[in-house]
Ligand binder design. Sequence first.
Ligand code: SF4
Length: 320
Amino acid sequence: MSLPRLRLGISTCLLGENVRYDGGHKRNAFLMDTLGEYVTWVSVCPEVEIGMSTPRPPIRLERANGDGVRLVMPDSGDDLTDRMTTYSERRVEALRDEHLSGYVLKSGSPSCGMERVRLYDANGVPSRDGVGLFADALLTYMPQLPVEEEGRLNDARLRENFITRIFARARWLALSDTGFTISGLMEYHARHKYLLMSRNPSAARELGRLLATAPRGAGEVATLATDYEQQFSEALRKLPSRGRHTNVLQHLAGYVSDDIDRGDRTELTEAIEGYRAGLVPLIVPVVLIRHYVRRLDVEYLADQVYLNPHPYELMLLNHV
Ligand code: SF4
């Protein structure tokens, strides 16, 4: 099964470019040196793109008594809110044509941070309730896009789930390029069935029902695809639990266990049980099942994304 090349949006400073207010960068080694091999980056520095210099005085989010959130430059008192809001809406509109499979934002920034950004009250006391203005526009106008902050990607489970989501979205965009058909949507759903079950079994069933009962008229496929995309991306947002993975692994093992000998069956059961107990990583039972699927030529499982969600070389299943 070939994996599509990704186009990902990214905060420019994470690429190692000196665009930060202090003239520096925040190069992220995992994104550049590991994931970067599979990615064409589309970089955006909102502060530079609204015309600010580098270096520049720092800016921050403020909320004075009951007012909305403002983006201000404390040194000068300049208010950049309208400039940044107008820019962000236009920029995100343009990004909708960029074929992005996901976006990685710089955490903590009053422009790029997607959560827990410092928000100062009228007394200059910060809380961690803010969202950067550009990030806010991105999350609002591209709700289906997988978005993460670079800091959160240090967590193995969040990282694995984000990368699973961006490859699923790349496959979705590839399907979209060929033109949506009922059979294309059915095939996409079939390939992602166990992946969905590992995240959200009820959403997996609901999506299956949506496709099975949808009107078949030519004009209705586009609406169906929009509904499917929305529910699918929502379902994949949920982090998979060890219990859910174990259920899926047992289900998949059921397709091969009758055709392998007792020793192999015991080994497979122990691998799944070892994963459930936290003794071995997910890659151990997944590789075993993948091996039997190939050896026994189990056609129904051969294309399951669950068994091959992202490039093996990223070793993401070794850490969850
Ligand atoms: S966090 Fe965003 S605005 Fe700040 S330097 Fe990085 S890309 Fe530019």
